[in-house]
Design a protein around this ligand. Structure first.
Ligand SMILES: Cc1ncc(COP(=O)(O)O)c(C=O)c1O
Length: 368
């Protein structure tokens, strides 16, 4: 394909292959240097091509949130998948059984009712499914509380015929709202420590607890350094986004995925309309505390601010004397890249100014 970025129509999602590869290798090197297993969350990219790059760089398997995502990655040849979401209902159990015939599948449980139903379905099919107990280290989403509640659930799971307890899992995503770098660090370390303590409590009760799994991009290089953590599951790190730039984890040049946009019009001297609205950028705010205004970072234009979005319009304030003209093109680093990827059928793979490939976002829209 001999095409240039400037040949692409907009809005388009572009991913720079060199930055992507750098990010993948960098996290793989971090995990290897710290003796931690890497199981990246593939819901960020939803593309087998990128999953393959992660596995080739040393990841032991992939994490997903949805069975539909797991099916796409197993179809593409991935043989070890963690479904990090509570699997409830007969239809999901049926699909899980089918997946177990084709790959090593692990899942999470944070409630005894979920565990019992899962155990019943699995044992009826002659399966003993590896499960981790999900622990809430502060995000207040899924997860049983650390300490005795997690231990007691693990001990109950250990007696269920269709399940095999293999460890603990947390998503320390609350670290991103903790505040500045010091607070992020303290929150990430605290999450890792409480996980290791809980694992020790379970071991003291006589149950082997081989896996202590943590995962987030903002605290990836913090939580996983706690002695006793065995696995890390960052997702966003393949691309990074404006939230990680605001957290000062990376600079914009490490953001591999961008929305290519065009100045569609300039109704007033101080307001331009980019052709990328909520259908290209999502309306997600920045994952930082306190929140930072704007719907993305317009590369090379620090004084532009995308103030508001409608579906197809990015209403952007610019200095009245800005030389921008209708038809000009810009690259936008979104606030939160994961849901942005889910909006596009394909990404354009770029290298410098060249477009070298086009990949389908194969696991997009897999809501079940
Ligand atoms: C269970 C779980 N693990 C890992 C991650 C990866 O976190 P991040 O997107 O910060 O890399 C997520 C993200 O939502 C998650 O839900």
């Amino acid at each position: 394909m001999s095409m240039l970025k400037s040949d692409l129509d907009t809005p388009a999602l572009i991913v720079d292959i060199d930055i992507l590869r750098f990010n993948i290798d960098d996290m793989a090197a971090f995990a290897a240097a710290n003796g931690i297993r890497l199981r990246p969350h593939a819901k960020t990219h939803k593309m087998p091509q990128i999953g393959k790059m992660q596995l080739e760089a040393g990841a032991i398997g992939l994490t997903v949130a949805k069975l539909g995502e797991a099916e796409v990655f197993v179809d593409a040849g991935c043989r070890d998948i963690l479904v990090a979401y509570p699997l409830v209902g007969a239809s999901k159990h049926r699909r899980l059984v089918e997946l177990c015939e084709r790959a090593q599948i692990t899942t999470v449980v944070d409630h005894v009712d979920i565990a019992e139903a899962l155990s019943q379905s699995m044992s009826a099919n002659g399966i003993q499914l590896p499960v981790m107990v999900e622990v809430d280290t502060g995000l207040r989403r899924c997860g049983v509380l650390p300490g005795a509640p997690a231990r007691d659930l693990a001990l109950r799971i250990a007696r269920m015929p269709g399940l095999r307890f293999v460890g603990l899992l947390t998503h320390e995503g609350h670290a991103q709202l903790a505040g500045g770098p010091d607070q992020v660090r303290a929150t990430g370390l605290a999450a890792g420590e409480v996980m290791v303590e809980t694992a020790e409590l379970i071991r003291a009760a006589g149950l082997e607890t081989p896996i202590v799994s943590v995962g987030s991009t903002v605290a990836a290089k913090i939580t996983a350094t706690v002695a006793g953590v065995t696995e890390t599951r960052p997702g966003t790190y393949v691309f990074y986004d404006r939230s990680e730039v605001l957290h000062q984890i990376v600079t914009p040049d490490r953001c591999a995925a961008r929305v290519l946009a065009t100045v569609a019009t300039r109704p007033t001297a101080d307001r331009i309309i980019l052709d990328s609205g909520a259908k290209a950028l999502t309306s997600d705010r920045t994952g930082v505390s306190p929140p930072v205004a704007g719907h993305g970072y317009v590369v090379g234009h620090p004084d532009w601010q995308i103030n508001s979005l409608s579906e197809e319009h990015g209403s952007t304030s610019v200095p009245a004397d800005d030389p921008a003209r209708i038809g000009d093109r810009v690259e936008i680093i979104p606030n939160h890249i994961c849901p942005v990827i889910n909006l596009f059928d394909t990404i354009h793979v770029t290298q410098g100014d060249r477009v070298i490939d086009q990949w389908a976002v194969a696991a997009r829209g897999k809501t079940q």
